[in-house]
Design a protein around this ligand. Structure first.
Ligand code: 5CA
Ligand code: ZN
Length: 408
């Protein structure tokens, strides 16, 4: 699938620090990528509606990972999927009288524009499920061949008792798993399953639903296997970082990891990174609750995407937060202060700003602390001046390259 145009990246002097991130599975801060070539998989949108600021915050977080890695000299292989066939898409298409393919294409297009406007570096592979049916059904066949799956009325299920190390990413009790599985697309109540937590790998064709031919018969993939199959195909086993919003920890990432382990005997990824949920009016921003602020709506209202980006950067990725009307004015005031300081044409030495921003971002993506370092430079420049005429250009490049915010 076509992605979107890449923002230009200004090279910075020197090399960035190695990125350490909090791993969901162990709770430890690990070096996220020891090799020169690194692989990252991030769960993409289900395109039945425009992307809201929660989605944007998740993709911004992985964009910081990408920027920090590149600055540290890594070559980044970044894969993102699009769930361009799934129940919510079919339901919205049916409810609005639009063909599901047209709905998906329309919303993917809005998403591309959002991502480009927010200066998110595009994935190296942007992969839809519809274009990946063969490789997904191949993985389902490989899983079936191990004996870990069984058939139920033509559908194929992964039997959870066959999943080695199941639960080691989410660290939840069985009762918590059952509850979340029911809330997040699972079918714990379905009669005839060996275990309520068994999950769907392949769904046989139903009347009126789209279906594709496969060695498993006509049908369509279950949710989790789309990501394990696409990641395994594009990145191979045991890549560096797998992630998405924290709503995906269970069941999606636990079950996906079990699928990969079933055929490779090892982990899908060495680290699992999850982004805290963005809310509105005290609740998680979600399509089903309808409490949404869309990035595209703000853009249409004329809000500078750099301001949206800066507002989001003022929150640490692991802390859930709520979007309020105070976000945009606060970010606008900050950018104006930075711009006024840059306009002085000289300021205090900016080499420490670059070093500090690098260090904070490399320490589990501490973007609020990185912004504070730029604030401190701007405050000093405005209050006391400074004689370094090269400093404004270096601050501008630091903010542009590492934080993705263009200041001119
Ligand atoms: N297509 C699947 C993943 S395979 C999916 O979850 N799609 S989504 O459109 O619902 O979400 C897209 C991405 O945004 C996912 O990584 C999800 O975890 C993240 N996300 C969803 N809601 C929020 C929110 N309120 N705050 C932060 N991230 C969110
Ligand atoms: Zn996914």
């Amino acid at each position: 699938m076509r992605s979107w145009s890449a923002p230009d990246i200004v090279p910075l002097p020197g090399t960035g620090d190695p990125l350490r991130v909090h791993d969901t599975a162990t709770g430890q801060k690990n070096i996220a990528a020891p090799g020169s070539r690194v692989g990252m998989y991030v769960c993409g949108i289900t395109p039945y509606d425009a992307a809201h600021l929660g989605h944007a915050f998740t993709y911004l977080t992985f964009d910081l990972v990408n920027r920090v890695w590149r600055d540290a000299g890594h070559e980044v292989d970044y894969v993102q999927n699009i769930t361009d066939i799934d129940d919510p898409l079919l339901e919205r298409a049916e409810a609005t009288g639009v063909h599901w393919r047209d709905l998906a294409h329309r919303e993917i297009d809005v998403y591309r524009q959002d991502m480009a406007a927010l200066r998110i570096i595009p994935p190296t592979s942007y992969v839809g499920v519809v274009e990946s049916i063969d490789l997904i059904s191949d993985l389902a066949v490989r899983i079936r061949n191990t004996g870990a799956a069984y058939e139920l009325d033509g559908d194929l299920y992964f039997h959870v008792a066959e999943a080695e190390r199941f639960g080691r990413i989410s660290n939840l009790s069985r009762a918590q798993m059952l509850e979340l599985f029911g809330e997040r697309g699972g079918d714990p109540q379905r009669a005839g399953k060996k275990d309520p937590l068994d999950w769907l790998l392949w769904r046989a064709e139903r009347p009126g639903e789209p279906a594709w031919d496969s060695p498993l018969g006509r049908g369509r993939p279950g949710w989790h296997i789309e990501c394990s199959a696409i990641a395994l195909d594009r990145l191979g086993p045991a890549f560096d970082l797998n992630g998405g919003g924290s709503d995906l920890i269970f069941p999606h990432h636990e079950m996906g990891a079990a699928e990969t382990r079933c055929v490779t005997g090892g982990p899908n990824a060495h680290n699992h990174l999850h982004v805290g949920m963005v809310g509105l009016d005290g609740e998680k921003m979600s399509k089903s609750k309808g409490n949404l602020v869309f990035a595209s709506t703000l853009r249409e209202e004329g809000v500078d995407p750099a301001i949206i980006r800066l507002a989001m950067l003022s929150h640490h990725y692991r802390t859930p937060w709520t979007w309020t009307d105070a976000e945009l004015p606060a970010a606008t005031a900050r950018v104006e202060r930075w711009r006024s300081a840059l306009a002085l044409g000289a300021g205090p030495d900016a080499a420490p700003v670059l070093a500090t921003v690098r260090a904070h971002l490399a320490d589990d993506l501490d973007s609020p602390a990185a912004l504070a370092a730029v604030d401190a430079w701007a405050d000093t420049a405005l209050a006391e001046g400074g004689s370094d005429t090269g400093a404004p250009a270096l601050v501008r490049a630091t903010v542009d390259t590492l934080l993705g915010v263009k200041l001119d």
